[in-house]
Design a protein around this ligand. Structure first.
Ligand code: ADP
Length: 740
């Protein structure tokens, strides 16, 4: 059997994470025994052939995971739009014996790939006729297999929930808006921030949600009144009256009014300067959004997509239609490519003919939910309660170790609760504060600015109440007439609530609905694939590892990086995947001496073969004896002729920092769902306690009594952990170049 030959190219606009995708494609293909070529400069390279088509080996994609842009280049090619250009492209592929193509690009690039594939037979027939290729070559490659994945910061593609680059672009936007917010607040100014998105308001909407912006303009949902300018001014003025010191307006570049007329940032500036009588500044973020290092999420998404693309193409039958690999409900999926391209184009068409209802209808439910939530969050003050409406007293607090995003969740819960007409109580310092009656009523502005703040403004601690603490807590609940509790926290928070409900017979006060919202950098809570804070911690690890790696460019050095997680290896595995670590040690697997011996031998072999840098990630509790220092000493001793070793214990920097956009978005989403759930329970007189979780794309409220069934109480982690299935892919990517 002849070796399968496939090629990969990046095309259209670049996006952070494209390199991770190329790396995964190359390494998976080599691992599966295929030959793999990179086409440089997108379709133009395919048309040009020659040096633009290069065979890749394991090391040609080393050290690129952390780099923005695309190392194989991208271009817009007018020539490929012509049949003659595509004939040249087909000739070049046949010359190399390639008949499988993985395209990383936007809808234009993927449409081009489909056209190319449909013309393949006729292009080859032409090439045979003109004697450019032999009839045998044409027979050998009767079909061109296409697999696409979307590299686009806009997240504008139907079928996949996220596209490569979007999360990194949101990082750039939140960083910029956070910075602008601090200067805006100092000067009591209004800022307009323009972000990318011609036909898709994803970046504007989620950027606004993540930064606590005060107004948003997106293409899919133009302002629904003709005098929207007056409404906007009036709302912002109301905000100032309610105590806001500044305003941030985020607009997508494709923002328009109901008549389809583009709204320029200078139009908005003029309206606001006249209406508010103050200075209004415009910041156009532009290409900053496309640039910079990819986020942890983009590196991992792109790696998983790249892997899946190769598996798909190697298993495809010759007649298979083009496939899109994408993500849905946190899993990698395959979809019919052209159907997705058509539905993507349908949104742009709907916007072009001003059918905004259809455009919005084509967006995902989370997009629509986010828009609804945002409309509440940007209000200056809550809606007045309905006459005669029952007002519940709902307490919100943080518990357990701090996790970035806790404040964001509390802010969303408080505002949504107030807007629905209820009384929101804030408890300071977790369960200790609850026992000590540290309770105060929160209003709309009490939570201003919390969307982007790391740590915990209300305070949190790890106390798990027992004995007399439970008495004191029962009294606080009764004295404050609390109808429901929202506990935002990690393992200790869950344990505390579990203890409370196990003691309901002795403490009738605990017969109220309580919901736990997962917030822990360890991502070790049952019922939920993600807990708030884990994405920020992962990005902290990736940032630190990138820097650590750079510090060793001139030496042959291996770093042993210790990360948090207790007995849950999520951060170690996902951190390993995102940083390209050679090895990761997980508490789920432990560490054996035999493995360490093998690892040191592999590292020595790698360094002897020219490798300059090694990275090993160890979860803090992977093994009580083979500690980070032990591993360093062992490696140092065994590898002393070849490389040296340094430990890097990342410690609490993993828990710190402002929350990542993903954590902010998740926190807002989960908090609003928790609040709705509690209010429903109060209305129905249902006192079951629950913990919320997002699994397989579904939101579930699990009965708190199932906590011990779903989690291992001794090892403090869920009995099932979805991410462990990614171990094989992480191991594959980390392998050394095969010995020749
Ligand atoms: P994106 O892929 O980001 O949407 P473009 O629309 O600019 O970016 O497309 C990138 C490239 O893909 C184009 O320069 C062209 O080479 C190719 N392409 C796009 N549309 C077509 C088409 N209809 N036919 C052939 N090639 C196309």
């Amino acid at each position: 059997m002849t070796t399968k030959r496939i090629a990969v190219l990046t095309s259209g606009g670049d996006a952070q994470g494209m390199n991770a995708a190329v790396r995964a494609v190359v390494r998976t293909a080599l691992d599966r025994g295929a030959e793999v070529y990179a086409i440089y400069e997108g379709y133009q390279g395919l048309v040009d052939g020659g040096e633009s088509i290069r065979k890749m080996d394991w090391d040609s994609v080393g050290g690129i995971l952390h780099r923005g842009g695309t190392i194989i280049g991208t271009a817009r090619s007018e020539e490929f739009r012509t049949r003659d250009g595509r004939r040249k492209a087909a000739f070049n592929l046949i010359q190399h014996g390639i008949d499988g193509l993985i395209v990383i690009g936007g809808d234009g690039s993927l449409t081009g790939a489909d056209i190319f594939r449909r013309e393949w037979n006729s292009l080859l027939a032409e090439l045979v006729q003109s004697n450019e290729i032999s009839a045998e070559s044409a027979v050998e490659h009767p079909n061109l297999l296409i697999v696409g994945m979307v590299g686009s910061i806009d997240n504008d593609f139907h079928g996949t929930e996220m596209t490569i680059g979007t999360d990194s672009a949101l990082h750039r936007i939140t960083d910029a808006v956070d910075a602008i917010t601090s200067t805006a607040a100092s000067h009591q100014r209004t800022f307009i921030v323009k972000v990318m998105g011609r036909n898709c308001g994803y970046l504007a909407l989620f950027g606004a949600l993540a930064t606590g912006a005060d107004w948003v303009l997106i293409p899919e949902a133009p302002p629904d009144v003709d005098n929207w300018q007056d409404v906007m001014v009036e709302r912002l003025k109301a905000g100032t009256k309610a105590g806001r010191r500044h305003h941030i307006i985020i607009m997508a570049e494709g923002a328009r009014d109901r008549d389809g007329k583009y709204i320029g940032s200078s139009d908005v500036q003029r309206v606001l300067e006249a209406g508010l009588g103050e200075e209004v500044r415009v910041t156009v973020l532009g290409h900053v959004q496309r640039g910079g290092r990819p986020s942890a999420y983009d590196r991992n998404l792109a790696t998983l997509l790249g892997y899946e693309a190769v598996i798909t193409i190697l298993n495809a039958k010759p007649e298979d239609e083009p496939v899109l690999v994408g993500t849905k409900a946190n899993r990698i999926i395959r979809l019919p490519l052209m159907e997705c391209v058509e539905k993507t184009k349908a949104v742009a068409e709907a916007i072009a003919v001003k059918d905004y209802e259809r455009a919005m209808g084509l967006r995902s439910s989370s997009f629509k939910d986010a828009f609804r939530t945002l409309k509440t969050m940007v209000r200056a003050l809550p809606h007045p309660p309905e006459p005669g409406q029952k007002k519940f007293r709902i307490a919100v607090f943080h518990a357990g170790a701090p996790a970035p995003g806790m404040n964001t969740a509390a802010r969303a819960a408080v505002r949504l609760g107030l807007d629905l007409g209820h009384i929101m109580l804030g408890v300071s310092n977790g369960f200790e504060g609850l026992a000590e009656n540290q309770v105060q009523e929160l209003n709309w502005t009490s939570v201003s600015g919390w969307a982007s703040l790391g740590g915990s403004v209300m305070g949190t601690n790890r106390m798990v109440p027992k004995g007399k603490d439970l008495h004191a807590i029962a009294r606080t609940i009764e004295d404050n007439h609390m109808d429901a509790l929202l506990v935002i926290g990690g393992w200790n928070a869950y344990e505390a609530v579990y203890n409370m409900i196990s003691d309901q017979v002795n403490f009738p006060a605990f017969n109220i609905p309580i919901v736990c919202l997962p917030a822990s950098i360890n991502n070790n809570l049952p019922g939920s694939e993600f807990s708030i804070g884990a994405d920020t911690a992962l990005n902290n690890i990736v940032d630190a590892a990138d820097k650590i790696k750079q510090s060793a460019v001139a030496t042959r050095r291996c770093f042993v990086v210790e990360v948090m997680g207790h007995w849950c290896g999520y951060l170690a595995l996902m951190g390993g995947l995102a940083t390209g670590a050679e090895r990761f040690y997980l508490p789920e697997e432990g560490i054996t001496l035999a493995e360490l011996q093998q690892d040191v031998a592999d590292l020595s072999r790698g360094f002897r073969a020219g490798k300059r840098l090694g990275l090993v990630i160890r979860n803090e509790d992977a093994n009580p004896v083979y500690t980070t220092n032990f591993i360093c000493s062992l490696f140092e001793e065994e590898g002393k002729d070849v490389f040296d070793v340094r430990p890097a214990i990342l410690g609490h920097l993993q828990q710190g920092g402002d929350p990542s956009p993903f954590d902010r978005i998740q926190a807002t989403r989960l908090a609003s769902l928790c609040l709705e759930h509690l209010i429903n329970q109060c209305n129905q007189g249902n006192t079951d306690s629950t913990f919320i979780g997002l699994q397989n794309g579904h939101i579930m409220f699990h009965d708190m009594r199932d906590f011990d069934r779903m989690a291992d109480l001794k090892l403090q982690r869920p009995r099932e952990q979805w991410w462990l299935q990614l171990k094989g892919i992480a191991n594959l990517m980390a392998k050394l170049a095969p010995e020749s």
